[in-house]
Write a protein that binds this ligand. Structure first.
Ligand code: EPU
Length: 347
């Protein structure tokens, strides 16, 4: 067991921001957790469990121990006529698991194709895209208590999922390390293709969905056309969450901004309720209307095809990115009276 010191995290965060960890440990086998939990570096320092660093912004060095989850393995636990239960270890790449599911003809995860990140990190913020959230396919979570090293299984309900929310971001924050996740997928067709952008793409390209792989292929194409590849241009996907409002607030806003898009279709309301109400207002629109889309400020900027995404053009510091996000939050607040929340975790 080797704990490294003063470890460079530049390649371990998709923003590509330079930051150092006081201590660093790569967890390759579950059995090494015992030794890690007993080490003084772990016991006496702040802890940060890291997957692929695709939802994190380092604004400074981390004065504690970073544990990189490299636990790998995908297995089928059980199956019947209708369902298959798949267990994936936390360090598996999320998209590899999606490919495993569609290559085997299972339904449920295909709308979540090409989302960066590791399996263990996905439930923390209840990843979602194109009308599906991870909570829709998650059976349970295996996690270790950081306090006493005991393993516990959390049912879907116990995870308290919401829009980009879970108990692991709230009351259980920093208390558990997610080592594996079990998913329940359909063996028979269970299409979920109502999302407008997906419908538009299928119509434009005259495509018919026959398999979950067809959905996955379409989603991959849509994402590639809108979202920057973090290996080319540093970013962490949506930097902000969408905004949810109630009927009253919506009316008020539409009086002033009649062209504002909002979504109340079943595919959105089905997705967990946001905090402010059930009507979704795309934060991308609000940011675009404030003139930020495609804007570059020094080494950072707002992506020209999706205003929710902040990009590092090279050499940006975490502080620079944070500053840009603060400027965006205040201009959206002055124009619309709506307070954007960050989706990305700031360290
Ligand atoms: N829009 C704009 N300008 C923009 C971007 C969006 O006006 O620059 C408006 C348009 O009206 C568009 C609507 O927003 O029709 C919806 O846009 P899109 O389908 O791109 O989705 P989103 O709501 O902006 C969310 C997720 C994405 C996910 C997509 C697709 C959040 C914070 N983001 O974005 O997730 O891929 O839906 O389902 O909920 C991520 O979390 O990292 C992420 C990329």
């Amino acid at each position: 067991m080797e704990i490294l010191k003063n470890y460079d995290l530049t390649k371990l965060n998709t923003f590509g921001v330079k930051a150092f960890a006081k201590f660093f440990f790569e967890l390759k086998e579950e059995k090494d957790l015992g030794g890690l939990f007993l080490s003084s570096e772990f016991k006496n320092n702040e802890k940060l469990f890291l997957g692929s660093g695709s939802n994190i912004l380092f604004t400074k060095d981390f004065d504690g121990i970073v544990i990189l989850n490299s636990l790998k393995g995908i297995s089928i636990l059980k199956e019947d006529e209708d369902f298959v239960y798949i267990r994936a270890l936390g360090g598996e790449k999320w998209h590899d698991l999606v490919l495993f599911s569609v290559d085997n003809g299972y339904w449920g995860m295909e709308n979540l194709s090409l989302i960066p990140g590791t399996v263990g990190a996905t439930p923390v913020q209840n990843i979602g895209a194109y009308g599906v959230e991870i909570k829709d396919v998650l059976e349970n979570i295996e996690a270790y208590s950081i306090e006493d090293g005991q393993k516990k299984v959390f049912s879907n309900k116990e995870c308290e999922f919401g829009y980009r929310e879970s108990a692991f971001k709230n009351k259980l924050k920093g208390k558990y390390f997610i080592s594996a996740v079990v998913f329940k997928l359909h063996k028979k067709e269970k299409k979920n293709s109502d999302y407008k952008a997906l419908q538009d793409y299928l119509k434009e390209n005259n495509l018919e969905i026959k398999t979950s792989k067809d959905v996955s292929d379409a989603i991959i194409e849509i994402r590639r056309s809108k979202l920057p590849n973090p290996f080319v241009l540093g970013n962490a996907g949506s930097f902000f969450k969408n905004v949810y409002v109630n009927e009253e607030k919506l009316k008020e806003l539409l009086n002033i901004f009649p062209e504002m898009p909002y979504f109340t279709e079943p595919s959105f309301t089905k997705v967990s309720e946001g905090k402010g109400g059930m009507i979704k207002i795309p934060a991308g629109f609000l940011i675009e209307m404030c003139g930020w889309k495609g804007k570059k400020v020094g080494n950072v900027g707002v992506h020209d095809k999706q205003a929710l995404v902040i990009v590092n053009y090279g050499g940006a510091t975490g502080e620079e990115i944070k500053k840009l996000s603060e400027d965006i939050i205040s201009s959206v607040y002055s124009k619309f009276g709506l307070k954007l929340e960050r989706e990305v975790n700031l360290i």
